[in-house]
Design a protein around this ligand. Structure first.
Ligand code: CA
Ligand code: CA
Ligand code: CA
Ligand code: CA
Length: 209
C-alpha cells in the first residue's frame, strides 16, 4: 500500500514545464516632436521604429499579456525575439522592460524601469534577447503585462522591426513551470485512499493479535 501512496503523491505534486509564444497585444511608436524629453504623439502601428534626428525622437513600444502565467510559477527561460527590418551599424539601441497595462500612451516612452541591454549588432536578423529575470519579477508581482521600450541613442540611424505584423511578430517566448494546484477531486481521492489504507492496517493489526 505504501508504494501506491508514494505514487499517488508523486502524481499529485509532479510538475511539468510549459512553453508559450506570445505576440504583442499592441505595438506603437511614441514621438517627441520638439526634443524636450516629453513624448507628444502615439502612433499605433505594426512596423515600429526607434530613431533620433536633429528635430525629433521616436521610441518603439510593445506590450504582452502574460496573465495566463499564475503567480508562484518558475520562469525557466524567457526571450524576446525581435524581427528586425533595420539594424544600425554603429552605436547602442537599448531595450528596457516595464510593467504595462495593455494600452500604449505617451508616458510609456520613458518607462525605462529595467535596463535589459543593447540589442543592435549591425546585422538585420532575428534578435534574441534573454529576459528571464525580468519576466520572473513581473510574475512574482502578479503584473499582467510584460512591456518593452526600444530607445535608439544615435542620430540619423533607424532601428526598425515588426511589432505585430501578422506572421512576423516580435515574440515573447516563455518556458515556465506552474505551481502544483490539486483539483478538489484529487483531495477526495486522497481521502478515500487514506481510509482504505487505515482500514487495511487496522485489519492487519487485528490479524496479528
Ligand atoms: Ca515633446
Ligand atoms: Ca502602457
Ligand atoms: Ca541585429
Ligand atoms: Ca532615443
Amino acid at each position: 500500500m505504501k508504494k501506491y501512496l508514494f505514487l499517488f503523491f508523486f502524481l499529485l505534486f509532479s510538475l511539468s514545464a510549459e512553453v508559450i509564444n506570445l505576440i504583442p497585444s499592441v505595438s506603437g511608436v511614441l514621438q517627441d516632436v520638439d526634443l524636450d524629453g516629453n513624448f507628444d504623439i502615439v502612433f499605433i502601428v505594426d512596423l515600429i521604429d526607434s530613431q533620433e534626428s536633429a528635430g525629433l525622437e521616436n521610441r518603439a513600444v510593445f506590450e504582452y499579456d502574460i496573465s495566463s502565467i499564475v503567480p508562484g510559477s518558475i520562469i525557466n527561460s524567457a526571450t524576446v525575439n525581435i524581427n528586425e527590418t533595420s539594424d544600425p551599424v554603429f552605436g547602442n539601441t537599448n531595450l528596457f522592460g516595464y510593467a504595462g497595462d495593455g494600452v500604449i500612451d505617451v508616458g510609456d516612452a520613458v518607462r525605462t524601469d529595467a535596463f535589459i541591454g543593447n540589442i543592435a549588432n549591425g546585422t538585420v536578423d532575428l534578435q534574441i534577447t534573454d529576459v528571464t529575470a525580468f519576466i520572473q519579477s513581473l510574475v512574482d508581482n502578479n503584473d499582467p503585462f510584460a512591456s518593452f521600450v526600444v530607445d535608439n541613442e544615435n542620430l540619423d540611424v533607424i532601428y526598425q522591426f515588426q511589432g505585430t505584423t501578422a506572421g512576423l511578430e516580435t515574440e515573447l517566448v516563455i518556458d515556465f513551470t506552474a505551481p502544483a494546484v490539486p483539483e478538489p477531486s484529487t483531495y477526495i481521492l486522497l481521502l478515500i485512499l487514506s481510509i482504505f489504507c487505515f482500514r487495511s492496517r487496522f485489519k492487519n493489526n487485528k490479524t496479528n493479535k
